[in-house]
Write a protein that binds this ligand. Structure first.
Ligand SMILES: [Fe+2]
Length: 350
């Protein structure tokens, strides 16, 4: 479809309006009245560029921790709602994001759902997420999966609060009306494999000799920050630095080289100190969480100043360029996996 061609709404007349009223009575409607809105020549989203400052969100989350137990809440999460999409628990048109707190000694009970989830750890050492009978310790910067329909619970045996960013494809699952969810019979699922088993089995540049995929998601569920950060550091030393993305890597399913989950793509990028990125845009609205450093991003007409642990969102097809003050590391996720699988994704260097 040509981007210059717009669908023009025809003039109305008393006779036409009378017809539209009769159509309405029969649950029908004239396409020509809505075509321009229905099929825009380029993405026209209600999602707006927004930043959530961690130093403003954290006290509210801790206050929620005083008033509400993790068990009572099922998950004690502050949903990050895009101001252009209020009321739908959406940070973008297709994604949900929230900031979750598990206090020392608490357990978030075991459940599963069709929606796929990721965690990006912000604070705490020693809390765990259990997936498929294996617990993994969560440290700041770790990227953790709880794929579709896998039982997962969180616990915090440490003496400090554990806080992380949750990202889920709930709006996609609900678009298709395909949501199912249930509880594990036990509050905490039994541990059937020692920590590190999945990484040894599937995440060491090796796979079991008789490996067959059990799902569309990665068979590993923990991507430790120490390893990812070391890769970024080494590639920064080796160069080159991409003029738009700095040093940007994507998280992969080690068995396929594809995205870690069928709907969600995730990335980690290093922006060197004083980096001044050129503008870029793509159709996947993207949620960023600052792992390290300070800087600012121009997103469409907005300038978002960010520091450690802040979360911000870049809507579909808005120009984005990043500038780092000191060396910075940005985690990000989007629905690029789903868009590519459906043949919808586009990008453009501006
Ligand atoms: Fe969950």
């Amino acid at each position: 479809m040509a981007t210059t061609a717009f669908f023009i709404k025809p003039e109305t007349s008393p006779e036409r309006r009378a017809l539209y009223e009769r159509l309405d009575e029969k649950s029908t409607a004239p396409l020509w009245e809505v075509l321009a809105k229905l099929v825009p020549p380029e993405p026209r989203t209600s999602c707006v560029p927004t930043l959530w400052r961690y130093d403003e969100i954290r006290p509210l989350l801790m206050e929620a921790g005083r008033l509400m137990t993790a068990k009572e809440a099922e998950r004690r999460v502050l949903v990050l709602e895009n101001p252009g999409l209020r009321g739908g628990s959406q940070i973008t048109q297709s994604l949900y994001a929230g900031v979750q707190l598990v206090l020392p000694g608490e357990i978030a009970p075991s459940h599963r759902h069709v929606a796929s989830a990721l965690r990006f750890i912000i604070e705490g050492e020693g809390a765990y997420t259990a997936v498929d009978g294996e617990r993994t310790t969560m440290r700041p910067g770790d990227f953790i999966l709880t794929p579709s329909w896998t039982f997962h619970d969180h616990g915090n045996p440490s003496d400090r609060p554990a806080i992380w960013l949750d990202g889920l494809d709930v709006p996609i699952v609900n678009l298709f009306d395909t949501s199912f969810a249930d509880h594990h019979p036990k509050e905490t699922q039994p541990v059937t494999r020692p920590e590190g088993d999945a990484t040894a089995r599937y995440g060491s540049n090796l796979l079991p000799v008789d490996y067959t995929p059990r799902s569309l998601s990665a068979p590993v569920f923990s991507y430790p920050y120490a390893r990812s950060r070391e890769a970024l550091e080494r590639l920064h030393r080796n160069g080159p630095v991409h003029p738009r993305h700095g040093i940007k890597l994507q998280y992969v399913n080690p068995a396929t080289g594809g995205y870690p989950m069928p709907t969600i793509a995730a990335f980690l990028q290093l922006l060197p100190a004083s980096f001044r990125g050129k503008p870029y845009r793509s159709t996947d609205a993207t949620v960023y969480c600052v792992a390290e450093g300070r800087g600012r991003s121009r997103v469409g007409d907005s300038t978002l100043m960010w520091g450690p642990h802040d979360v911000f969102v870049a809507p579909s097809w808005k120009s984005v360029w990043h500038e780092a003050q000191d060396e910075a590391v940005l985690f990000s996720f989007s629905d690029r996996a789903a868009q590519k699988a459906l043949g919808l994704w586009r990008e453009e260097d501006l």
